[in-house]
Design a protein around this ligand. Structure first.
Ligand code: COI
Length: 353
């Protein structure tokens, strides 16, 4: 299915690569494709980056029927363009879509569209260390109708944003507030899907944590407020007594692609890694005994974000003296090294555009 490409005649000025921040600048082009019940997914096109117009009754605006993904493109020192496991993101987009009643995309065609868009805006991929081109594919329900049922019309859109680090702290440890009142998601809800509602449900707690001087919250399970789920918008890992633990996927936790890649790297290095239900008491107990060695979040945006301190019900737990641990640093260096083409890619994760 050929993609129509309409190039802009007015290219934007590119931002300073040292001061990109996260998701603040957008490239010259975007990809759009429409869905209708009668025509299925149709009319794939790359057009100049522009506002989209929709009916004020569009279902996405009222009932949140939308899904998204996030992945990155890197420019290597020899000028190649690499994507990190993009097929995983498109597969997960369809998994999220199934949960929200959104019709599936042809994953190969979507990957082809994504690659063509990145190629068209290749001059936007930054090359400074710690920078990349963040790719945000998403689907929105556009049927103008206020009945609560799945939309008959959708748009699949891909936008691109040159980014630096997600947290102002960069790879330095962040302080985390353990949230005991609000929850992000519950089993059977939307937690496993990458959809707007999960992020909306986190905003209030995040703001409250910031007011107390914490960067993010650690989410506990929605039933017992005891078992650890995620940290901010990332998956979470703890190193205790030489073994690395991460919460097992249970239906309310996002199946992170960075999470899965970290597990594979640890296994390759011969470091024991266990996916299991982890209680917050267990972490504090390990902290008291001195066996809690490191903790870190994993995600596409920040890659690895070390946790320097937890606060659970006013009990503070400092981890690794508030400094970045050796394993966190090694994982960050290895993963970003593979992604930027500087380190051998033993799993053949990278896909060249
Ligand atoms: C992540 O990459 O860790 C995310 O969850 C992306 C975030 C900007 C929504």
């Amino acid at each position: 299915r050929p993609i129509e490409i309409q190039r802009t005649t007015a290219k934007k000025q590119k931002p300073d690569q040292q001061q990109l921040g996260f998701g603040l600048h957008f490239t010259d082009h975007m990809f759009i494709m429409d869905y209708s019940l009668t025509n299925g997914w149709h009319q794939p096109r790359i057009v100049p980056y522009q506002p989209i117009s929709m009916d004020p009754a569009a279902k996405v605006l009222h009932y949140g029927q939308t899904i998204f993904e996030g992945l990155k493109a890197y420019k290597t020192s020899d000028g190649r363009i690499l994507l990190f496991r993009p097929e995983k993101n498109l597969h997960r987009l369809n998994n999220s879509g199934r949960r929200l009643g959104i019709p599936p995309l042809d994953e190969e065609a979507a990957l082809d569209a994504l690659q063509q868009l990145v190629a068209v805006d290749a001059d936007w991929i930054p090359s400074e260390p710690g920078t990349s081109l963040y790719i945000r594919p998403f689907v929105i329900a556009t049927q103008p109708a206020l009945g609560v049922d799945p939309s008959a019309h959708y748009q699949f859109i891909i936008i691109l944003s040159p980014v630096g680090s997600y947290y102002p702290e960069g790879v330095n440890p962040v302080k985390i507030y353990v949230e005991s009142h609000y929850v992000r998601a519950v089993k059977g809800g939307l937690g496993e899907a990458k959809t707007a509602g999960n992020y909306a449900s986190g905003l209030k707690a995040q703001e409250a944590a910031k007011e107390k001087g914490y960067s993010q919250v650690l989410w506990l399970d929605g039933v017992h407020r005891t078992y650890i789920e995620e940290v901010g918008s990332m998956n979470v890992f703890f190193k205790m007594d030489g073994t690395v633990y991460t919460p097992a996927l249970n239906g309310s936790i996002l199946d992170g692609i960075t999470r899965g890649s970290i597990i594979q790297l640890l296994q390759k290095w011969g470091i024991p890694v266990v996916e299991k239900t982890i209680s917050i008491e267990e972490i504090y107990e390990a902290g008291r005994k001195g066996t809690l060695e490191e903790a870190f979040g994993t995600g596409t945006a920040a890659v690895i974000s070390p946790i320097g301190e937890l606060n659970w019900q006013d009990n503070k737990l400092v981890i690794h003296e508030g400094r970045t641990g050796e394993l966190s640093a090694k994982l960050y260096d290895t993963l970003t090294g593979i992604q930027s083409g500087k380190v051998e890619d033993p799993f053949q994760w990278m896909v060249e555009v």
